[in-house]
Design a protein around this ligand. Sequence first.
Ligand code: PNW
Length: 484
Amino acid sequence: MVKDIAPKAGLPANFLWGFATAAYQIEGGATADGRGPSIWDTFTKIPGKIAGGATGDVACDSYHRTDQDIELLKKLGAKVYRFSISWSRVIPLGGRNDPVNEKGLQYYVKFVDDLLDAGIVPFVTLFHWDLPDELDKRYGGFLNKEEFVADFANYAKVMFTALPKVKDWITFNEPFCSAVLGYNVGQFAPGHTSDRTKSDIGDGSTEPWIVGHHILIAHGQAVKVYREEFKEAAGGQIGITLNGDWTEPWDPNSEADREACDRKIEFAISWFADPVYFGHYPESMVKQLGDRLPSFTEEESQLVKGSNDFYGMNHYCANYIKHKDTEADPLDTAGNLDVLMEDKYGNSIGPETQSGWLRPHAPGFRKLLNWLNKRYGSPIFYVTENGTSLKGENDLPMEEILEDDFRVEYFRSYITSMAEAVAEDGIDVRGYMAWSLMDNFEWAEGYETRFGVTYVDYENGQKRYPKKSALEIKNIFDQYIGKV
Ligand code: PNW
């Protein structure tokens, strides 16, 4: 008789784990010390765009509370902290001929020093969606290849120069979201869409592909600058962070649904990862999008190909995928398929959360790591985000919010799935950053959706209170670290 053997789970002794945030979501200090507006400062002021009319003007006030954030990280046992730089805090107008704001720059210099003094590794994202507003107004932001690429590369160089002690750099966070949510759905800044009831600017059938293309080239250019001028001296590494969920077929017996599962991952992840690893777009996208998908010149292809020292992986959930038999709509960005929460037999992919798109399904984490590992030739992985919201959490009294057992279970199951991928499948995952260190400005959902392991009391001076999950993560990692 064959006994069921539970998969091994374990992580290497030097595994880096900790928490992640992003500048616009936590910093506040919107006009402090000469910071200029980003497209999110502008977008949040448009009535009806953000739940509750919220903005990031104050957020968690981390601009003035770095000491509290570092104390919190120490208390939770974090070894690494992923945060992002507000480009318009450092270069208020954003461009390569615009002045650098020394005070804004010094905020990050001191923060990195303080983190290092506390024994915490700074993992720095250069761009987490907050483009300087002036660049959007001046030349159309991401849509203008020459200007955008040159300005991003200049900004990246300013940061590489100012922060020589940082060894871990992410160029862009989730370019998929900037491109699709910002230029097709219109739910994110700058709010372009073909839906004229929502905005009178944009063409959702072409702009997202152009934006994604230019972000890839800007990423490649920043990596080139880093490798030529900084990498060796810093002993550092650089990569891009991509978001993507696991997919299961709506009908497991349908070949078309199974193919659609791969196509969905290609449209979400390989859109960026194929150029970064292979220098060209996936065949499935070329086939569906035709001329609407830009193409790389030979020089651009060479610039982008091989531009990851590591793969930055943001991962939250899974979906069922159903192939569509009709011809693809020009506004489609998913791969001509339906994304569903239930399969053909009515099985749910996972329990509901506060986020309509997010249903936990932990086995998908190990499966997606394997999918990526195979396609991209066993890269080094850092999980740069993973976490969950809780249905109705914001309506509970604080004492109940602090007992977030659902989130504890989410982290336990997801971290276990990752530790199985490492111990059983030999995947080289070197770090994990939970989203998020604390409740914060959750983009279009404002402050109504909480992703933090720490409760932030927005009514009473943004005071921070660790939830149960904040303290449990350490126990979960203690169980696995050193076991491979
Ligand atoms: C990530 N979706 O974004 C971001 O990197 C974070 O800034 C954000 O707070 C976090 O996930 C939680 O939402 C996503 O609609 C936003 O599929 C939306 C989606 C996916 C990722």
